[in-house]
Design a binder for this molecule. Structure first.
Ligand code: GRF
Length: 216
């Protein structure tokens, strides 16, 4: 993909992951061009973060569209105006249509707050505590039609602390996300990580398991 990969970030809420991208790009530690930030929620605080950073923003609410395909077509038209080479889903709370995934095949990243394939879906922190797991974390993966099921690139894992609440655990996981998500997106931007033959590859080798970073 070459340097300064044009990247669009899709959000629905607070946008702390978006902020991590903004901070790393402005610090020069992440070589992406943040071409635009899209939200499906007009009051998403991430839109304010983007505007402060001088990044173009757009918002389309799904309520105005009859179905998912019609909404996704409108989103694609907006995104394509920015000519992104990479889409970064950062707390974008929408299920993507097959047409959307096909349109950007191999160029969509997501971060999911669990050590996939464990705990796809919602309420991951509480589910980890309920199960008594020793480890929790977050996963950056390519997006396919399978929800939270696409090929994994990078995981950040951390030990669950005795007695901590789901909220405390969730905050620690988010701090991990702010490191692993820009790192994995940087690999894609540099062309080191690619989606090939239905899987994730790093430095020309298939990733049968994701790269794992361990945090405190
Ligand atoms: C992150 O925890 C991510 O794992 C999940 O949505 C959350 C987004 O948080 N997909 P923020 O909006 O980046 O703060």
């Amino acid at each position: 993909m070459g340097a300064r990969c044009k990247t669009a970030i899709l959000i629905s809420g607070s946008g702390t992951n978006l902020q991590a991208f903004i901070d790393q790009v402005s610090a020069g530690t992440l070589d992406l061009e943040l071409a635009g930030v899209f939200s499906n929620q007009p009051d998403a605080y991430g839109l304010v973060r983007a505007q402060r950073a001088g990044i173009p923003t757009a918002c389309i609410e799904h309520g105005a569209y009859p179905d998912r395909d019609a909404f996704d077509r409108a989103v694609m038209a907006q995104l394509d105006a920015w000519q992104p080479q990479l889409l970064v889903l950062a707390g974008f709370m929408r299920i993507l249509s097959a047409g959307f995934v096909e349109h950007y095949r191999g160029r969509i990243l997501n971060i999911h707050p669990a050590l996939l394939p464990r705990y796809p879906g919602l309420n991951t922190h509480q589910r980890v505590l309920d199960a008594g797991d020793e480890w929790h974390g977050s996963t950056v993966h390519f997006v396919t039609e399978e929800l939270d099921g696409g090929p994994r690139i990078l995981q950040g894992r951390l030990p669950v602390r005795p007695g901590e609440s789901a909220a405390e655990l969730g905050e620690r996981v988010q701090r991990v996300e702010h490191q692993i998500y820009p790192q994995a997106a940087g690999w894609v931007g540099e062309g080191r990580a690619v989606f090939r033959d239905g899987g994730a590859w790093l430095d020309d080798k298939p990733l049968t398991e994701p790269v794992i970073r361990t945090f405190e």
